[in-house]
Write a protein that binds this ligand. Structure first.
Ligand code: NAP
Length: 515
């Protein structure tokens, strides 16, 4: 199939066509990547002050153009006004936060072990290590966060902060948002005096285009947010390159949540209300949406599940990001409702108009079935939750053990009466995920130093990394150790004097002092 030369947005609220933007020809990828490699070689990109200036300038430009950006965001995602405003602020805030990080030199992880001629069994040389940028990075923007994981989103901000040029493929559902945001990023890069090829937008709706980006020889790392199939396909493309490169893909997750009998007795109403908010917010199109909730069998659990299902059924049909996503979920739910052992209580939600709407729903299944049947544990992206009923602590723990890697998990228990059970369950959940939430749901992902937004495969392809938070720059950096280097040949952050006063680990101790 020949890829289309234009991309046309469709308003998910109405189904009406919106803005059209030219697609990037596949033939252009190699020259864009070569230009990014030239930008990487330009000393301007090593200048922290320029990079920090660029990040803050882009943030300011996004805020200043907020009205126009928010309108386009809503027209191409169907997400509500509050979300558009919150996400724009989050996007600007994370650009600024990365500027602060690099000014402080915190991303460098500078370590100095001074020479020790007395060391046994052999004398130790002078060793100085820090992280350096990896090279041009290809980013695939997410459909469900058109700003925050888009063209100026977390992956792009982290890569630019690290000192890497970026080629970003905007999500094909949102070509107008991508183009507007890209104008601001390009302007911010120019105002900082960085090479223009530090940043390039790639637009298109074909797997060939994405594969070409990953195959481009100068590209040194890939960041992706989206489906398991897409992330895995790009991971495989990267592994087959003559020079394989890392792919940091953040993919599907059902984020299992455990609710205990004690929690239902103590505050079942509040937990049900916040679960419904977590499942319906953004029409459930969050990688951290609780997709499976483990609920005790028995009368109290029955009543609680009925309450959740009623609250979901009472909500208005929700606008989903695009037709493909809406129809995919409707088909998945229809098939799931027909599976043996699954209780759907009525017909599966059907696609509704205007635009791309679907009603929220909850189905039930025995936890023992969920543990045995892999297809029941698949991600169902959108306003849906599977309530899995467990009859004993052992069944609960066996069910948790059946899950593959997850981005997040959660535990609602009664701390006063269930301490031992809570400890066992928390331990089991932490063994499966990147983040464990107590007495809450993992939908919100704060941008901070301690945040971990990642997890064992298949939640991601790189369980040691995070795609949110200040340590997200690590994916685009690599360590280099200078051994017995003369002072003048060391990078300034590793020189004795510590000219910028950054935090360094000197002989095992964190300090900002010079040597
Ligand atoms: P997607 O289909 O994985 O697409 C994401 C990006 O990757 C797009 O730019 C897409 O471009 C590209 N891509 C996908 N498969 C590719 C392939 N085989 N080769 C090259 N490029 C490829 O994700 P989506 O459109 O956002 O949503 C589809 C499904 O992904 C959802 O229904 C949901 O299950 C899941 N999803 C998960 C998350 C999460 O955070 N975990 C977020 C969003 C979506 P092209 O369309 O041009 O190929």
């Amino acid at each position: 199939m020949t890829p289309s030369s234009t991309l046309t947005a469709v308003d998910p609220r109405t189904g009406e066509p919106g803005e059209s933007r030219p697609a990037t020809p596949i033939a252009a990828i190699d020259s864009l990547a070569a230009a990014a490699a030239a930008a990487f070689a330009d000393p301007a990109l090593r200048d922290v002050a320029r990079r920090a200036h660029a990040l803050r300038d882009v943030a300011a430009r996004l805020r200043a153009d907020g009205e126009r950006l928010r309108a386009r965001f809503q027209a191409e995602s169907g997400l509500p006004a509050g979300r558009a405003a919150g996400e724009l602020e989050r996007t600007s805030g994370q650009l600024e936060a990365f500027a602060d990080v690099i000014e402080a030199g915190d991303q460098l992880e500078a370590i100095i072990d001074r020479a020790d001629p007395q060391a046994v069994p052999i004398p130790r040389p002078d060793l100085r290590r820090m992280l350096v940028p990896i090279g041009p990075v290809a980013v695939f923007g997410a459909s469900n966060f058109p700003f925050a994981f888009g063209v100026a989103g977390g992956d792009v901000a982290a890569a630019l902060a690290a000192g890497c040029p970026v080629l970003v493929k905007g999500h094909p559902s949102q070509p107008g948002v991508n183009a507007l945001v890209a104008e601001h990023v390009a302007a911010g890069i120019a105002s900082a005096g960085l090479p223009s090829a530090t940043f390039a937008l790639v637009q298109g709706g074909s797997a060939e285009l994405g594969a070409a980006l990953v195959q481009a020889e100068p590209v040194r790392a890939v960041a992706f947010t989206g489906s398991t199939a897409g992330g895995r396909a790009l991971f495989d493309v990267a592994a087959r390159r003559p020079l394989p490169i890392p792919v940091y893909a953040e993919m599907g997750s059902v984020n299992p949540i455990v609710v205990t009998a004690g929690a239902i007795a103590a505050r079942g109403d509040a937990i049900a209300a916040s679960l419904v908010t977590a499942v319906t917010g953004a029409a459930g199109q969050l990688c951290t949406k609780p997709g499976v909730v483990l609920v005790p069998a028995g009368a109290e659990g029955d009543a609680w599940c009925a309450d959740v299902a009623e609250r979901l059924a009472a909500s208005e049909p929700l606008v989903m990001l695009n037709e493909r996503m809406r129809d995919a979920l409707a088909t998945q739910l229809e098939q799931l409702a027909r599976q043996g052992g699954v209780r759907a209580d009525g017909a599966a939600p059907r696609p509704r108009g205007p635009g791309f709407r679907l009603s929220a729903a909850a189905y039930q299944v025995a936890a023992s079935q969920l543990a045995r049947r892999e297809e029941l544990r698949e991600e169902r992206f959108g306003p849906f939750v599977l309530l899995a009923r467990y009859g004993s602590d052992e069944e609960l723990l066996a069910t948790i053990a059946s899950f593959d890697g997850q981005l997040a998990t959660g535990l609602h228990a009664d701390a006063a009466t269930e301490r031992e059970l809570a400890a066992r369950v928390a331990d089991a959940l932490a063994g499966r995920c990147g983040r464990l939430v107590f007495d809450g749901f993992p939908t919100g992902v704060a941008v901070s130093w301690a945040m971990q937004h990642g997890g064992p495969y298949p939640a991601t392809t790189a369980p040691g990394e995070t795609s949110v938070g200040m340590t997200a720059t690590r994916r685009f950096l690599r360590p280099v150790c200078w051994q017995d280097a003369p002072q003048a040949l060391l990078p300034p952050p590793l020189r004795d004097a510590n000219p910028a006063g950054i935090w360094r680990r000197v002989d095992g101790r964190l300090t900002r002092d010079g040597i």
